[in-house]
Design a protein around this ligand. Structure first.
Ligand SMILES: O=C(O)CCC(=O)C(=O)O
Length: 244
C-alpha cells in the first residue's frame, strides 16, 4: 500500500500540539489519540482517501465478536442483486442499519435500515470523534471466507449527501481491496491507469472522500487462500426523504 501513500500529514509525522477539535476533510488537523497510528494519505488522480488503524487488536477482537453475535443479516429477497437485468445471489451476507425512515438503493434493491444497535453506534461514534464527520446509515457486508466477494462498483447512489465521505471499517480477515479508474476498465478502456491495491486490516478505517467515488470503482476480489470471515461496515450520510 505504501506505494500510493503520497505523504504522512506533517503535523502527525512531526507530533506537536495545537488544535484540539477534529475538522472534517483535513487529516492533518486530527489529533491522534495516544498510541493511535497516524493517517496514511492515499492519493491518485481523482482519488482522495485516508487510511489508518482505528481500533487496537483487543478492541477490534471484542467488536468483531459482538458483530458476529448481534448483527442480523438480510434474508430471502433481500439477498439478491439486480445486475444487467438479471437477479443473482449476493456472494456475501448483507444488511443495513440506520436512522428511521431512511432508504437506500443499492444495485437495484432498496434497503430499509434496521434501527441502530449499541455496537454499531459505538463504531459510528468513534469514527465521528476521530474524523469530525457524522453518519446516519451503515451498510454491513459479511464475507464468510475468501470465496465471498464484492464486484467493481462505485458508491455513487443518488441518496448520498453530495460530496459526503464514506467511512469503511473492517474487522476480521485482512483482505485485498482494489480501486480501478473508470477510464481503465474493460475492453473499452481509454487510458491505462494502474489499479490501486490496498489491504484492509482488522480494526482499520478507510475514509473514501470526494471525488473518489466519481472516478474510481472499487472491489473486494475473491481470495481463495483466505479461510476466515471478515465484516466490513461502510458508514454513509444519506439524505432524508424531504431532501431526495
Ligand atoms: O468490504 C469492503 O471492503 C467493500 C464494501 C463495499 O464496497 C461497499 O459497501 O460498497
Amino acid at each position: 500500500m505504501d506505494r500510493y501513500v503520497v505523504k504522512r500529514p506533517a503535523r502527525e509525522a512531526g507530533g506537536g500540539g495545537g488544535r484540539k477539535r477534529p475538522r472534517p476533510e483535513d487529516p492533518a488537523s486530527r489529533e491522534p489519540a495516544s498510541g493511535n497510528p497516524p493517517w496514511q494519505e492515499i492519493r491518485a488522480e481523482g482519488l482522495n482517501c485516508d487510511y489508518r488503524l482505528l481500533f487496537g487488536r483487543a478492541e477490534a477482537d471484542e467488536i468483531f465478536q459482538q458483530l458476529e453475535e448481534e448483527v442480523e443479516y438480510f434474508e430471502g429477497e433481500m439477498t439478491k442483486l439486480h445486475v444487467f437485468g438479471k437477479w443473482h445471489n449476493i456472494p456475501r451476507k448483507q444488511v443495513s442499519y440506520g436512522d428511521p425512515e431512511l432508504t437506500y438503493t443499492y444495485s437495484g434493491v432498496t434497503f430499509s435500515p434496521k434501527p441502530w444497535i449499541p455496537v454499531l453506534s459505538r463504531i459510528r461514534d468513534r469514527i465521528t470523534l476521530d474524523t469530525g464527520h457524522t453518519f446516519n446509515f451503515v451498510l454491513i457486508n459479511r464475507y464468510k471466507d475468501g470465496g465471498d466477494h464484492i464486484g467493481e462498483h462505485r458508491d455513487d447512489e443518488r441518496e448520498l449527501v453530495p460530496r459526503s465521505p464514506i467511512a469503511s471499517v473492517s474487522f476480521g480477515a485482512c483482505r485485498d481491496f482494489v480501486f480501478r479508474h473508470c477510464d481503465s476498465r474493460g475492453k473499452n478502456a481509454t487510458r491505462h491507469i494502474k489499479p490501486i491495491k490496498l489491504q484492509l486490516a482488522h480494526g482499520s478505517l478507510l475514509m473514501m472522500k470526494y471525488p473518489t467515488n466519481v472516478y474510481w470503482y472499487h472491489s473486494l476480489p475473491i481470495r481463495k487462500k483466505v479461510l476466515t470471515p471478515r465484516i466490513n461496515l461502510t458508514f454513509r450520510k444519506v439524505m432524508t426523504l424531504a431532501k431526495k
